[in-house]
Write a protein that binds this ligand. Structure first.
Ligand code: SAM
Ligand code: SF4
Ligand code: SF4
Length: 358
C-alpha cells in the first residue's frame, strides 16, 4: 500500500452512501454491480498531455490502430445494448480525443436510443465549440471538459501541443449554451507543475454553475514516469481552496460516485476531488471499459483485456451468447488496483490511458 499521512486522508462522508441494489443485479466477485460503461472511440489525440501521451513516446511515427481494428459504431452500439440489458445505466464516450472520431454524433444518436440515465462525453475541449450543438441534437446529455490550468504558459506546457486556454473556454461556453451543462471540468494536479492552478480554476468557475473536479495524478499506463511524490493529495487541494473560499462536504449524488463533492459555504456552487491515489474507491467501482479496438477492461489499471472484436467478427455470435460472455466476465471481476497500489505496481506494464479510455 502507498503510505499516506493521516492528514492526507479525506472524510468518508460521500463514500458511505448506499442505495438499494435489486438482488437479481449482476455482481462481480466483490459484490459490485455493473453500472457504468466507458467507451474509448479513438486512440488518437491532438494533445500530448505530459501525464498521458508524452510526446517523446507518442511522436509522429507512433502506430495508431489501423481502421480494420477499430470497432464500428454498429459494433459499439450492439455491445453497449447488451450491457444495458445487464445493468449499465451510464455511458461515457472518451478516448484519446473522442471528437476526433469522424461522425461521432452518429454513435451518440445510436447510444441515445438505448435509454440510459446518463450519456456523456469527456473531451479536451479543443473542438467542442464547433461540435456542441450537433452533439446535443444527437442526444448527448452532458460533457466533461479537461482543463489543467487557466494560464496559457502552464496549460501549453501540459498539453504540449500549443493549445491556448481560450479555445477550451470557448468550448465550455458553447456547450453550456446548447444545454450540455452544467459542465464538469477535470483538472489533473501535479506537484511542481500546476498546483497554482487550483485556486485559479476554483475562482474562475465559482458561481458559473459548472463544477471543477481536481484529479490526483495517477500511475495509469506505463509511459508517464509517475512517482508518488508528484501526486498532490486531494486533502491539500481542498485546504488550498478552503483557505480562500470556505467549503464544506456534500453527500454523494449516488452510490459509487467517483468525485467527492464539496460546496462553497457562500453558495457559489460546488467543487469536487477525485482521490484515486490517497483514498481508493475500488469497493464501489462499477465501471467497465470498452477500448477502441474492442477489448473489455474491468479496471483502469488493467494489464490485459478480453478481445470481443475478434470473437464477434469471426464467430457470428448472437446477443444471448454475447450476454453470457459479458455476464461471466463481470462475475469473475476482482480488480481493486488502487487499494493495492505500491511503488512496485506503478512500474507494471499497464494499458495506456488514451487507449483504455479515461
Ligand atoms: N482526451 C479527453 C480529455 O482529455 O478529456 C478524454 C480522454 S482523457 C484520457 C480522460 C481524462 O483522463 C482527462 O480528464 C485527463 O486529464 C485524465 N487523465 C489522463 N491521464 C491521467 C493521469 N495520469 N492521471 C490522472 N488523470 C489523467
Ligand atoms: Fe489527449 Fe486527453 Fe490524454 Fe490529454 S488526457 S493526451 S487530451 S487523451
Ligand atoms: Fe475501479 Fe480499478 Fe479504479 Fe479500483 S483501481 S476504482 S477497480 S478502475
Amino acid at each position: 500500500m502507498v503510505r499516506l499521512e493521516a492528514e492526507h486522508l479525506l472524510p468518508v462522508t460521500s463514500l458511505s452512501v448506499s442505495e438499494p441494489v435489486p438482488s437479481d443485479t449482476l455482481r462481480d466477485s466483490r459484490g459490485r454491480p455493473l453500472r457504468d460503461l466507458r467507451i474509448s472511440v479513438t486512440d488518437r489525440c491532438n494533445f500530448r498531455c505530459t501525464y498521458c501521451m508524452p510526446r517523446d513516446l507518442f511522436g509522429p511515427d507512433h502506430p495508431y490502430l489501423p481502421h480494420a481494428q477499430i470497432l464500428s459504431f454498429e459494433e459499439i452500439s450492439r455491445i453497449a445494448g447488451v450491457l444495458v440489458g445487464l445493468g449499465v445505466r451510464k455511458i461515457r464516450l472518451t478516448g484519446g480525443e473522442p471528437l476526433l472520431r469522424r461522425d461521432i454524433e452518429r454513435l451518440v444518436a445510436q447510444l441515445a436510443r438505448l435509454g440510459v440515465d446518463d450519456l456523456s462525453l469527456t473531451t479536451n475541449g479543443s473542438l467542442l465549440a464547433k461540435r456542441a450543438a450537433a452533439l446535443h441534437d444527437a442526444g448527448l446529455q452532458r460533457v466533461t471538459v479537461s482543463l489543467d490550468a487557466l494560464d496559457d504558459a502552464t496549460f501549453r506546457r501540459m498539453n504540449d501541443a500549443d493549445y491556448p486556454v481560450a479555445r477550451v473556454l470557448q468550448g465550455i461556453d458553447a456547450a453550456a449554451a446548447v444545454g450540455l451543462g452544467p459542465i464538469k471540468i477535470n483538472a489533473v494536479v501535479q506537484r511542481g507543475v500546476n498546483e497554482h492552478a487550483v485556486l485559479d480554476l476554483a475562482r474562475h468557475f465559482r458561481g458559473s454553475g459548472h463544477v471543477v473536479r481536481f484529479i490526483e495524478y495517477m500511475d495509469v499506463g506505463s509511459s508517464n514516469g509517475w512517482q508518488l511524490e508528484q501526486v498532490v493529495p486531494s486533502r491539500e487541494v481542498l485546504d488550498r481552496i478552503d483557505a480562500v473560499f470556505p467549503i464544506e462536504p456534500l453527500e454523494a449524488h449516488y452510490a459509487g460516485e467517483v468525485a467527492q463533492r464539496w460546496r462553497y459555504r457562500d453558495g457559489a456552487g460546488e467543487v469536487g476531488v477525485i482521490s484515486s491515489v490517497s483514498q481508493a474507491f475500488c469497493s464501489s467501482c462499477s465501471r467497465l471499459r470498452l477500448s477502441t479496438d474492442g477489448h473489455l477492461y474491468t479496471c483502469l489499471f488493467a494489464q490485459h483485456g478480453t478481445d470481443l472484436r475478434g470473437w464477434l467478427r469471426e464467430q457470428g455470435v448472437d446477443d444471448s451468447a454475447l450476454a453470457a460472455r459479458l455476464t461471466a466476465l463481470w462475475q469473475l471481476r476482482s480488480d481493486r488496483y488502487s487499494e493495492l497500489r505500491t511503488a512496485a505496481t506503478a512500474g507494471l506494464r499497464k494499458i495506456e490511458m488514451h487507449y483504455i479510455g479515461g
